[in-house]
Design a protein around this ligand. Structure first.
Ligand SMILES: Cc1ncc(COP(=O)(O)O)c(C=O)c1O
Length: 303
């Protein structure tokens, strides 16, 4: 397994262990940071790496920088080329997970808006835990943040305080993970992934007004489901009690990929196994991200 050699700060490559940020920067003191987790999939036959929906990740980061009123919003071309350069410089020999963070590196008062800085790191990442076995979720008593308080739609570091509380509670309570509800009791998302459920063959996911991150994996599944089946994914409010009607459920995200959910609140989801819809979505997802089918070449960027 390869190890990260070089990290990138503000476009400069340096030894991984030498990255530094001032503790009084706004990035640290007030969590004025937005970030992305991306993947580059390795093809062992050709040796090439394909980054999945790179431009969409950068665009979401740019909206986050705009919303937080950073002095500078990095250009798409610049970040795209920086990440490709970073991956090549690390000479990986298997799948790559990339963290890209943009922040206010300046020190000062809370409303300081610059100078902005960014860090990008490329790392190996194991297959997500529970990918083969499925996982149990507990509905959290921590509510998901609301859009008008700390918008979950953007991937801001500050939002993960809320997510972490839910994740730690779930662990303490003996679940594999948490599922959060909005303040008015609708299903929202998991701490680091979006939620889908299946009822009578229909695929359902909470709408983007349910306090969720605008997930790129979620959007991918919605598009592919339409293309594969001709049916729309139902994007709507999901009451908590509807969870217990699900035949199947899964979480999705760049890091988590597709994770089957087999129990919610210690009640079996369907028959407690990994169902056919989840398997179909998962198989298609890996075919797409690894370029094993020719569809959507615009989603894959050659490193
Ligand atoms: C809170 C949250 N929701 C959803 C997702 C999935 O988003 P994406 O599919 O863009 O990786 C993530 C992943 O980072 C996340 O942190």
């Amino acid at each position: 397994m390869w190890t990260p050699k070089l990290i990138m700060m503000n476009g400069e490559l340096m030894p991984f262990g030498e990255a530094r940020l001032h503790p009084l920067s706004l990035a640290v003191t007030y969590a004025i940071t937005v970030f992305e987790g991306l993947r580059a999939y390795h093809d062992p036959v050709t040796g090439r790496f394909l980054m999945f929906r790179l431009d969409d990740h950068v665009r979401r980061l740019q909206v986050g920088m705009k919303l937080l009123r950073f002095d500078e919003v990095y250009e798409l071309d610049y970040l795209r080329e920086s990440l490709r350069r970073l991956i090549r410089a690390n000479e990986p020999d298997s799948d790559v997970y990339v963290r890209l963070l943009a922040y206010v590196e300046g020190t000062g008062l809370m409303s300081t808006t610059g100078p902005a800085g960014f860090t990008a790191a490329a790392m190996p990442r194991d297959k997500p835990k529970f990918a083969e076995t499925g996982m149990s979720l507990g509905v959290s008593s921590w509510h998901r943040l609301s859009d008008n308080a700390s918008p979950p739609r953007i991937k801001s570091t500050a939002n993960y305080h809320n997510a972490r509380l839910a994740a730690l509670q779930a662990k303490a309570d003996g679940y594999d993970g948490a599922l959060m509800l909005t303040a008015d009791g609708r299903v929202s998302e998991a701490p680091i992934a979006c939620f889908f459920m299946v009822r009578d063959g229909r695929l359902i996911t909470p709408s983007t007004s349910s306090g969720i991150l605008e997930s790129i994996t979620r959007a991918t599944i919605i598009t592919r489901w339409r293309e594969l089946t001709g049916a729309e994914v139902e994007q709507r409010d999901v009451d908590r009690s509807e969870l217990y009607f699900a035949d199947e459920a899964f979480l999705c995200g760049t890091g988590q990929e597709i994770l089957p959910v087999t129990m919610i609140d210690r009640l079996r989801v369907g028959d407690g196994g990994i169902g056919p819809v989840t398997q179909r979505v998962r198989e298609d997802y890996f075919n797409i991200v690894r370029g094993l089918v020719p569809d959507h070449p615009e989603w894959r960027t050659l490193v």
